[in-house]
Design a protein around this ligand. Structure first.
Ligand SMILES: [Zn+2]
Length: 195
């Protein structure tokens, strides 16, 4: 007999000796808890996207890809866990993995917000040239100015900008990018302007 789905205690009959629930009541409670945690996780992913727009990191696209992968891995683990709960299979280890993944989006959102909001470093200006731009509509619109990179080992930078800046600059323009180093060392873009 598998452990109690509600409290994780070993049991030798259908009714758990520790929390007093039978296996279907324990399944109901665990699934409700999983649903709540999943909602918390989804809100965290949203908070992360908001944070990444507020203080856009220079490597915002790489960071968003990382978060995207993490997002689908977590949901995958969640779906797998839910299936095992439905089959009343052993879930203790998988449940710990899932619960461990849940707060990560919130932690990363806080990290990105703190990196920008508490950053007291002096901004430095990088003069460069616009070599492309792209925009994507949607609930969270994405606008990027592609500029020649000033960093070693990088060919171009994709600068996240708002709609005003996006329209103001066109291909071939010289542009000044205001970069700050970030509290935890994630460089971010404080703004763009005409030199
Ligand atoms: Zn129990």
């Amino acid at each position: 007999m598998t452990r109690c789905l509600n409290c994780g205690a070993d049991r030798d009959s259908d009714v758990c000796g520790f929390c007093g629930l039978d296996s279907s009541a324990a399944e109901f409670l665990l699934r409700r808890r999983l649903l709540n945690r999943t909602a918390f996780f989804l809100l965290g992913a949203l908070a992360f996207v908001v944070a990444s727009t507020r203080y856009p990191a220079l490597d915002v696209d790489e960071i968003l890809i990382f978060i995207g992968v993490l997002f689908f891995v977590t949901l995958g683990v969640g779906i797998w866990l839910e299936r095992r709960v439905l089959q009343h299979a052993e879930v203790e280890a998988l449940k710990r993995v899932y619960y461990g993944l849940i707060p990560i989006t919130w932690l990363l959102a806080a990290l990105l917000l703190g990196n920008g909001a508490l950053d007291t470093s002096r901004p430095h200006l990088e003069e460069t040239r616009v070599v492309g731009k792209f925009a994507m509509r949607g609930p969270v619109p994405t606008r990027r100015l592609v500029v020649v990179s000033w960093r070693e080992g990088h060919r171009v930078e994709r600068i996240a900008v708002d709609s005003g800046d996006f329209d103001r600059f066109s291909y071939g323009d010289t542009i000044e990018v205001k970069v700050q180093d970030g509290l935890v060392g994630i460089p971010w873009v404080a703004g763009v302007s005409h030199p």
